[in-house]
Design a binder for this molecule. Sequence first.
Ligand code: DAH
Length: 342
Amino acid sequence: MIPEINDPTPSTEIAKQGIREVLQANDIPTLEKVRIKYVGRKGQITTILRSIGKLPAEDRAEAGYFVNKNKQEFLVNYETRKEQLAEGAQEVKEFFDYTLPGERPPLGRRHPVTRTMEEVAECMMQLGFDWAEGPEIEDEFHNFIALNIPENHAARDPSDNFYIEDDVLLRSQTSTVQIRYMEEHKPPIRVFAPGKVFRPDTVDASHFYIFHQVEGLWVDKDITFSHLKSVLLMFGRMMLGSDLKLRLRPSYFPFTEPSAEIDFSCFVCGGEGCSVCGRKGWLEMGGCGMVDPNVLETVNIDPEEYTGFAFGIGIDRIVMAKYGIDDIRLIFGNDVRFLRQF
Ligand code: DAH
């Protein structure tokens, strides 16, 4: 049993210092010098060991025990370090300081598209709309037929869509979720549906084959075009600033009548004209209109009793303008050097 007494010699402190130097030695010659310094013929530990004989007889056993134990400890560390250096290990092994503050683990960040989508959801929910979702892999019924897009319509062209099978494709618009939602719910209906859509566009700084849209749909008794205008304007101002202006240009979509293109005044330059809006002062955001009676009939909602509006807004344009991103490919590249900036 090890006696419960303290080392009466300075060997413990000396050995500790010796071990520190052993661990810090980065080459064999340095390590050798350390060995000689401590356990060589005139080494510090050797000298203490020799001096034990001069101690009073009753102290010798105890001192011998400690000095030998410390010498042993030193030698074990020396041998291990020697092996490491022989294997080419160069790193300085240092005593670990437990009082140092810890290192923060790197935290991930939300993608600018995710953030913008969350803002969109926040605004739409404040306007009383519920969140709806639909599948990214769709059938022709929900992507085209129920949306009043006839068989020979250009939008159905195989070269403009990612068909997986004859009747199955990656959805080309979030308008599909209008149909899915109306199949399952009766009016009043007030939903928004954010998500990815897919079209085989030729890729360049402003086109990619995946992009993000948010769809809006409100169907109830006596819903009019002025409801549509106010919701779009409120949404735009909540998202992008209270000075934002809305401009609707007459247009055509098979699933709405009348239909319009949505322009927001450029929220980067405030409508003055800048490089983001191409000096026009306006940004094209998407399309909208009053839900076509044919669409309502397809999902068994009586168009004599109910009316509604729908809109689809592109999200990536907003993200790019907001964060000053001039190439849409960066949004989808997921390069951490890019993403870390946000
Ligand atoms: N789905 C259309 C597109 O992707 C956008 C759109 C236009 C959605 C009019 C609508 C709408 O809901 O009413 O180009």
